[in-house]
Design a protein around this ligand. Structure first.
Ligand SMILES: C[S@@+](CC[C@H](N)C(=O)[O-])C[C@H]1O[C@@H](n2cnc3c(N)ncnc32)[C@H](O)[C@@H]1O
Length: 326
């Protein structure tokens, strides 16, 4: 199977988990084409416990794996599935066509969940899940420029119709700002050296493709793979997170959840990055609003971890919305 999301070494004490970096090709894979191996499908679905004629939101449709599992779990439920990637949406639309109007697909960012629901005339929903980060097909598509393994434009946007590209971000930021991005989102100790080298390459007009970007990184830190990990991995991850404002999006989603969930509704957040997990953990600590379903985050089973390298860094946090005071 193809590994997909990238993760950082955790800064959290619990539970003990190995945050692994993996990009396609660094691990053995067997998923072909658009396929994306859904992580912790059983656990996410069990947390939401789809039931009756409930309405659920899959905030990260991707290949449609979680949406499909929710629909299969209960024949009367409906899913509103959001993604900011129109290519993913088209592929998932086909996969999910057998569910007819039980699935409503919306091209949007999940940070806009309130607007998405209000546009559909939905006030509250019974559950929301989010499987964060990027999908395997997004990493595999050279044209998106998310991977240092394929030559492509330095773009990295999940939604190619919106926002600045990675190259525009590099052009806009000064050395210090770029180093801060690489340090914060990539946990990269050599961030200053790398940022200087990238900016120099940009200034010399040598930064045209993802391979040029990798070259600038290698020029700063050398070609040695540490722990089997390419020297460009952390920097590519960091720039991608900044380009897509992934943590701002998550904060906006977490802030909206108490409003959009019914009393007793469940939020399930599957994260692959220590900063994402920390945000979910803190949000669910508000005990006036939330009752966590489990004390510590759930991890993928040994079997899933063996089959799907990407699942090794997954952490699932889920919480039930308390009843609003009457
Ligand atoms: C890991 S994949 C989801 C895979 C899906 N659960 C499955 O099983 O096929 C993450 C998806 O979320 C989308 N995504 C990431 N951040 C998003 C955001 N802020 N708003 C909407 N979609 C987002 C990406 O475009 C990608 O398609």
């Amino acid at each position: 199977m193809r590994s997909a999301q990238l993760a950082l070494p955790g800064v959290l004490a619990e539970p003990s988990i190995e945050w692994v970096f993996c990009e396609q090709g660094e691990e053995e894979n067997d998923v072909q084409g658009f396929a994306h191996a859904t992580v912790m499908k059983v656990e996410v679905t069990a947390s939401l416990a789809p039931d009756g004629s409930g309405v659920y939101v899959d905030a990260t449709l991707g290949g449609g794996g979680h949406t499909e599992a929710i629909c299969e779990a209960a024949p009367g439920v409906r899913v509103i599935a959001i993604d900011r990637d129109s290519v993913a949406i088209e592929a998932a639309r086909e996969r999910l066509s057998r569910f007819g109007d039980r699935v409503t697909i919306v091209h949007a960012s999940f940070g806009e969940i309130r607007r998405v629901l209000s546009d559909l005339g939905v006030t509250r929903v019974h559950g929301v899940c989010a499987d964060l980060g990027v999908s395997s097909p997004q990493l595999d598509d050279a044209g998106r420029g998310m991977s240092f393994r394929h030559e492509g434009p330095i773009d990295m946007r999940m939604d190619r119709d919106d926002g600045e590209t990675a190259l525009e971000l590099i052009a806009r930021m000064n050395d210090d700002d770029l180093a801060n991005v690489i340090f914060k989102y990539g946990d990269e100790r050599r961030s200053r050296r790398i940022a200087r080298s990238i900016k120099r390459a940009y200034g010399d007009n040598e930064l045209r493709t993802t391979l040029d970007l990798r070259r600038a990184i290698v020029r700063a830190v050398g070609p040695v793979r540490i722990g089997g990990v390419d020297p460009a991995t952390r920097t590519f991850q960091a720039i991608r997170i900044a380009v897509n404002r992934e943590l701002d999006e998550l904060d906006a989603l977490l802030a909206a959840l108490p409003e959009v969930l019914e009393d007793g509704g469940v939020a399930a957040i599957l994260s692959f990055h220590s900063l994402e997990d920390r945000a979910a953990k803190y949000a669910f600590q508000d005990r006036e609003t939330w009752a966590p379903l489990f004390k510590k985050p759930q991890l993928a089973t040994e079997d899933e971890r063996a089959l799907n390298p990407r699942s090794r860094s997954a952490k699932l946090r889920a919480a039930r919305r308390n009843a609003r005071p009457s």
